[in-house]
Design a protein around this ligand. Structure first.
Ligand code: GLP
Length: 281
């Protein structure tokens, strides 16, 4: 296998799409087959939204279903608004689209505006017109009672739909993906997890204080995420630079769960200059 890392700079992408820049690999690091796209946040969001739009349109034309894996978080707001815009300009039949979100907090009432389901309804499902009954989340209520059952049910539902065509991912400051916190083994599947103190601190503003942030969540595991046919990971801002370095350049280590995705056959990582700043390009 020939491993290659390619850094597309936005200027180069504009001038000649094929141009590539290599960067030095750190001693002891594992080669990366992933594509790294460095652009502005708006360009990165438009690129991913365009890819998803293309996937939805091609499947709709062929009468095939599409299964999207979706993520929440501030990083995704721009992706979803770009996708809503694309769909408004070039409408696509969404009647055969099924979605699976990565995770959900435990202990929130149904319809709580801070739930990930509410986030998705506000930023994507409502404005784009996705059928609510085709938009799935891990069952947080069941998880609170019978965590094992909730995890297995979600895994089985994804499998019944033929797996995920494309999974969107953000990354936590500590390298988490979905709520797979540092130390998560590669084989972890959908399950209930305690939230890391960093993760709870990052969520505190939207909950009106740390004491109101749930302590647990149910999350898709690295197993289901890695099984997605395409992975698209986005990170913007300097606060993500260290996590991106650990994910892409430092040795693969469960201490940075995102690094366990590095050898996926179709991973594209889209960064702005600040998030890419520790890559040494
Ligand atoms: C939460 C989500 C993750 C997301 C992360 C980063 O922890 N569970 O899926 O990647 O936040 O969020 P943001 O994009 O707001 O930085």
């Amino acid at each position: 296998l020939e491993f290659r890392r390619v850094l597309f700079r936005s200027a180069l992408v504009r001038r000649s799409r094929g141009s590539s820049l290599r960067w030095m690999q750190e001693p002891g690091s594992t080669p990366v087959p992933s594509r790294v796209v460095s652009a502005t946040a708006a360009e990165a969001c438009a690129r991913v939204a365009g890819e998803i739009h293309g996937l939805l349109a091609a499947s709709a034309r062929a009468g095939e279903p599409t299964v999207l894996g979706l993520a929440t978080g501030g990083t995704m707001v721009g992706v979803y608004s770009a996708l809503v815009e694309r769909l408004a300009g070039e409408p696509v039949d969404l009647s055969r689209v099924t979605t699976f979100n990565l995770d959900e907090y435990l202990g929130l009432a149904e319809g709580d505006p801070r739930s990930f389901r509410s986030f998705m309804a506000e930023h994507l499902f409502g404005p784009a017109g996705f059928a609510p009954e085709r938009c799935h989340f891990p069952d947080a209520a069941l998880a609170a009672e019978q965590s094992g059952l909730a995890g297995e049910a979600y895994q089985a539902l994804i499998a019944r739909h033929g797996g995920l065509d494309l999974q969107l991912l953000g990354i936590g400051r500590n390298g988490h993906v979905a709520f797979n916190e540092p130390g998560t083994p590669e084989a972890a599947s959908t399950r209930v997890v305690p939230l890391h103190e960093h993760t709870r601190a990052d969520a505190a503003p939207s909950f009106g204080g740390l004491e109101h942030v749930p302590t647990h969540a149910i999350t898709m595991g690295l197993l289901e995420i890695r099984a997605a046919r395409r992975l698209r990971l986005l990170a913007f801002g300097e606060a993500k630079a260290a996590a991106i370095h650990a994910a892409l350049v430092a040795p693969v280590d469960p201490a940075c769960p995102a690094s366990l995705l590095r050898n996926h056959a179709d991973l594209e990582v889209l960064l702005d200059g600040a998030a890419a700043s520790a890559l040494g390009a």
